[in-house]
Design a protein around this ligand. Structure first.
Ligand SMILES: Cc1cc2nc3c(=O)[nH]c(=O)nc-3n(C[C@H](O)[C@H](O)[C@H](O)COP(=O)(O)O)c2cc1C
Length: 170
C-alpha cells in the first residue's frame, strides 16, 4: 500500500474484532512512531501499549465510557516529558506526539489494522491507572485493533476551502 492509499483508507474505527495483534505488527507500528520527526529531534514522546483486558476496561472509564476502546486489542497511551515551547509560541509536546500518532495510524492501516484517536479522556485518571509520574504529560490515546466495521465515506471540505495560494483569501 502506498502512502496515498493509506491516507484514504484510514478512518476512525469504533468497532473491533476480539483478535490479538501480532507482536511483529506492534513492532512495525512502534517503528513508525520512532521514525517520526520532532522539534529539535528531541523525541520526547513515550508510548505505553495496553493489551490486558482489565486495564483496557479501566481506561474505558477514564475515557468517558467510550466502550469501543475496551474492544480494541490495544490502546496506545501517548505521553511526553517535554514542556518546551518553540519560538512560534507553540508547545512541542502535543505537536510531536500527534505526528508520531498519525504515523502509527497510517502504518496500522497498511497492516490491515484500524485506529481511533481518543481525546475525550481524563489524563489524571489515566495517570493513576498506569502509574505515570506527575512530570509526564498524558497527551492522547489511540485505539488499535482489527476492524469489525466498514470504512464510512470521509466527510471533508473541498481543497479550496482550506488552502490558498500566495495570500490569505479566507
Ligand atoms: C485529536 C483527536 C481527538 C479525537 N478524539 C476522539 C474521541 O475521543 N472519540 C472518538 O470517537 N473519536 C475521536 N476522534 C475522531 C474524530 O471524530 C474523527 O477523526 C473525525 O470525525 C474524522 O473522521 P475520520 O477519522 O473517520 O476521518 C478524535 C480525532 C482527533 C484527531
Amino acid at each position: 500500500m502506498n502512502v496515498a492509499d493509506a491516507i484514504r483508507k484510514r478512518y476512525s474505527c469504533r468497532e473491533y474484532h476480539d483478535r490479538q495483534i501480532e507482536q511483529e505488527k506492534l513492532d512495525t507500528i512502534i517503528e513508525a512512531a520512532r521514525l517520526a520527526p520532532s522539534a529539535k529531534n528531541l523525541q520526547d514522546w513515550r508510548f505505553v501499549i495496553i493489551t490486558k483486558k482489565e486495564t483496557r476496561q479501566m481506561l474505558v472509564k477514564a475515557a468517558n465510557n467510550q466502550q469501543f476502546l475496551g474492544q480494541a486489542a490495544a490502546i496506545i497511551v501517548a505521553c511526553s516529558n517535554s514542556d518546551h515551547v518553540m519560538t512560534c509560541g507553540q508547545q512541542i509536546a502535543p505537536i510531536d506526539v500527534a505526528i508520531a500518532l498519525e504515523h502509527i495510524a497510517l502504518q496500522a492501516t497498511e497492516l490491515g489494522l484500524a485506529t481511533c484517536w481518543i481525546g475525550s479522556f481524563f489524563p489524571e485518571k489515566v495517570r493513576k491507572i498506569l502509574d505515570i509520574p506527575s512530570n509526564i504529560n498524558v497527551i492522547e490515546l489511540m485505539a488499535l485493533g482489527y476492524p469489525a466495521d466498514q470504512q464510512p465515506e470521509l466527510k471533508r471540505e473541498p481543497a479550496n476551502n482550506i488552502a490558498c495560494l500566495e495570500k490569505w483569501i479566507f
